[in-house]
Design a protein around this ligand. Structure first.
Ligand code: URA
Length: 243
């Protein structure tokens, strides 16, 4: 059950801005389960509490959750002046959708899109260590030394924190003749260009990157590049309970 601050819930429901709804609470316009609400910061349940504004039930905005198979060339943002955003691929009337985190413009694969800020925040929190798995084609031959280096936590020259958390690298194929490798890599964070920077740290370049899993959600085989669909109840439940 998700609990929200009363003023946030009222703002999310379109009753007013945060400061307007605080004023409505002060003026005694809001009741929770028949009792006058006096504080904006009380926690209310979106499922079980009856909230009214001037005696009328407050209808909560429904959240929407999509999985998109992002193609290259799209920017993971709500607005961009240089290229189309991932939101242009989503069929929805909602104006408040956003991508959960970022994939680089040239990265493909699994991107979650929602208007549920609280869930997104939890999924992206550096403290939660939600696994993200990528398929990558790498120029050069990935070695067992690289696997160990990734496992030990690599220096990737991040300004705040120099060492990436341990990552799991699995070699799928190496081709000495053409000098490339295909790998799976699972990371626990989402630093800027993280996977590319980790391979750069071992002297290798990524030529193709695709996200294939985010926490418990995997990219469905039947979701073509550029297509999206709503998350199933099972997928949503798995996502909500992993953080
Ligand atoms: N790591 C990267 O380098 N790029 C992405 O798009 C995602 C993870």
């Amino acid at each position: 059950m998700s609990l929200l601050r009363l003023d946030k819930l009222l703002a999310d429901a379109g009753i007013g801005t945060r400061s307007e709804v605080k004023a409505y609470i002060k003026k005694g316009f809001i009741c929770v389960n028949g009792t006058l609400a006096t504080k904006p910061d009380i926690k209310v349940s979106t499922e079980t509490d009856q909230i009214t504004f001037h005696g009328e039930p407050v209808i909560l905005n429904d959240f929407e959750y999509y999985i998109l198979n992002k193609p290259a060339g799209y920017v993971s943002a709500t607005k961009d002046n240089t290229a189309p955003t991932v939101l242009t691929l989503i069929e929805s009337n909602r104006k408040d959708l956003f991508p959960v985190g970022r994939l680089d413009k040239d990265t493909e694969g699994l991107l979650l899109i929602t208007n549920d800020g609280s869930l997104s925040h939890r999924l992206l929190s550096p403290k939660r260590h939600v696994d993200k798995t990528y398929y990558a084609v790498v120029e050069g031959i990935v070695t067992t030394e690289d696997i160990v280096a990734f496992k030990n936590g690599l220096e990737i020259g991040d300004e705040d924190l120099n060492v990436a958390l341990p990552a799991t690298l699995t070699i799928l194929e190496t081709d000495n003749h053409s000098n490339y490798s295909r790998v799976h890599i699972t990371i626990q964070e989402g630093k800027f260009h993280q996977v590319k920077r980790m391979f750069q740290a071992v002297g290798k370049q990524i030529t193709y990157l695709q996200r294939i899993a985010f926490g418990p959600i995997t990219l469905p085989d039947d979701l073509a590049l550029g297509e999206h669909r709503a998350l199933t109840q099972e997928e949503l439940h798995a996502l909500q309970t992993c953080v």
